[in-house]
Design a protein around this ligand. Structure first.
Ligand SMILES: [Zn+2]
Length: 323
């Protein structure tokens, strides 16, 4: 694992310090002495020169946050930017309105740069997907410049991947063939920003990681259905769906002590009732359940569902999952 500094637009250039990544892009027989170093210089110079425009793209995406599959402004901004620089761009790619792809080069190996650009509901670009779009755009432009200047065979593709805060945009793109045939693609890469110093070991401060492992994540909404009743006049006639949800939440809180340190369960109440004098007949929670591997995540989901179902049983409610 390589520790690298992350700057606003040059993340992927730093990732390419990794000799394996560099080797993917460069064919030594077509290069002069120190081919990788020359290529790196070209990429750095290209991105430095483009920096004011990239910053403008980055800031405008940040100022126009759009949620999953609604990234109309980002789609327009990025595709127009690429077209203005002469790249072949396919809008609304793979049957997804806000997906796109830009391509460059021929022959050689094929590298895909993934650009995410969706935001979170209510809190905008808190996850920094505007930076993902900008860093992949910068990497694509820098790599295209070096392939062009050195006449190196190779294919580059900037793939606009919507709905990564929720909605599984890349899953839909995979299903639609955006990564087919897989053996044709030497690498599919992107960078995700993180807060400086955001790591488990404060004695080992780092500003970025290359090649980090990802974590499996199961997402589900849980509905509890009971029966409304007047909370003062006839509470005994009600079946309290809020009690089911509160109990489920407390069960998960107890479970958390017994799960592994690299696992996470976190949820919110989305619907918790309307007024105090009506026993809630319907509540809904939204949960994320994460573990390093899919089999472990599946096991953790079963344990979480036991907590939800115990809450439903305690309150006498029906339970329903929306996956
Ligand atoms: Zn994110």
């Amino acid at each position: 694992m390589t520790v690298v500094p992350i700057s606003e637009t040059a993340t992927l250039v730093k990732v390419m310090d990794d000799p394996i990544s560099s080797d993917i892009l460069l064919q030594p027989e077509n290069m002069t002495e120190s081919p990788n170093e020359n290529a790196r210089q070209t990429i750095n110079t290209t991105i430095d020169q483009l920096s004011p425009e990239l910053l403008q793209v980055n800031k405008s995406l940040h100022a126009h946050p759009e949620t999953a599959f609604e990234e109309v402004f980002a789609h327009k901004t990025l595709t127009e930017f690429l077209e203005s620089r002469g790249f072949a761009v396919k809008r609304h790619a793979y049957g997804i309105d806000t997906a796109f792809e830009a391509t460059f080069g021929s022959g050689g190996r094929h590298v895909v740069f993934c650009a995410e650009y969706d935001a979170l509901p209510g809190i905008g670009h808190a996850c920094g997907h505007n930076l993902i779009a900008t860093s992949s755009l910068a990497a694509f432009l820098g790599a295209a410049q070096v392939l062009s200047e050195t006449k190196t065979p190779g294919r580059l593709r900037l793939l606009g991947t919507p709905a990564e805060e929720g909605g599984g945009g890349k899953v839909k793109l995979i299903e639609a063939g955006a990564f087919d045939p897989p053996e044709d693609i030497s690498a599919a890469i992107m960078a995700h920003p993180a807060g400086s110093g955001q790591q488990p070991d404060p004695s080992n401060p780092i500003d970025g990681l290359a090649g980090m492992r990802l974590i499996a994540s199961a997402k589900m909404r849980v509905e509890f259905k009971g029966r409304t009743a007047h909370a003062s006049a006839q509470p005994w006639r009600g079946v309290n769906a809020l009690d089911a949800a509160v109990s489920a939440y407390n069960n998960i809180s107890m479970l958390r002590q017994q799960i592994r340190p690299d696992e996470r369960i976190h949820g919110v109440f989305e619907v918790g009732g309307t007024v105090p004098n009506v026993i809630p007949g319907y509540t809904r929670m939204n949960w994320f359940i994460r573990s390093p591997t899919m089999p472990r995540c599946d096991d953790l989901v079963k344990r979480a569902q036991a907590c939800f179902e115990a809450g439903a049983a305690a309150a006498g409610c029906e339970i329903n999952y929306i996956m």
